[in-house]
Write a protein that binds this ligand. Structure first.
Ligand SMILES: C[S@@+](CC[C@H](N)C(=O)[O-])C[C@H]1O[C@@H](n2cnc3c(N)ncnc32)[C@H](O)[C@@H]1O
Length: 179
């Protein structure tokens, strides 16, 4: 695969944040949800499952994640609802998506922004975890505080999990308000 314009490491979106993203985009049965860099496939699996029951498609360039997500989708019997593509975000046509989900980084959002503007229908929504698309005004922004497990392995003799918290932000953009 050629070198990508985008480099973003795998960091999974916590389940509560996934639900918030799909709720904010008002995902439902008629939608086609596209996750840019699907990681372990969790956003696509949630989108294709109740209560959302949407179709879902995503692209991922990490071979291991791609194969793990393939196995998960097969295990859950969701192959008819979810299409997983191995490749680069920049080579993937998002034109059929009604909802795009992204958990990338600011420079990656900058790189995909012209592509989204060109390819998406006016009715499409975009939800971004933690990072804004600069130059677009979000229709909605939500903050979530999520319990996060940390292992304090530096505590002598302790291998117990303790809980911390992490702050997350979700931004909703509507193409109809951007164009
Ligand atoms: C922060 S993780 C988010 C994973 C998942 N979307 C989620 O929210 O749980 C970003 C993912 O994008 C993938 N990725 C990064 N750059 C990519 C590119 N140029 N093409 C395809 N996938 C990419 C990474 O391998 C990683 O799995």
């Amino acid at each position: 695969m050629k070198k990508s314009e985008i480099y973003v490491p795998f960091v999974p979106t916590p389940p509560r944040v996934v639900g918030c993203m799909l709720d904010m985009a008002n995902v439902g049965r008629g939608d086609m949800v596209c996750d840019l860099g699907f990681g372990d496939g969790r956003i696509l699996v949630a989108a294709a499952s109740p209560p959302y029951n949407a179709k879902a498609v995503g692209v991922e360039h990490d071979k291991k994640r791609f194969h793990d997500a393939k196995r998960l989708v097969k295990h859950l019997g969701l192959e008819k609802s979810i299409e997983l593509l191995y490749g680069d975000i920049m080579d993937f046509d998002v034109g059929d998506a009604t909802v795009v989900t992204a958990y990338l980084l600011p420079n990656a959002n900058d790189a995909v922004k012209p592509k989204l503007e060109k390819e998406l229908d006016t009715s499409a929504r975009i939800v971004s975890h933690d990072y804004q698309f600069y130059g677009w005004k979000p229709s909605k922004k939500q903050e979530l505080i999520v319990p996060t497990p940390w292992t304090f392995s530096y505590v002598p003799g302790s291998d117990k999990d303790a809980f911390g918290i992490s702050h997350h932000y979700v931004y909703l953009y509507e193409m109809s308000k951007i164009r």
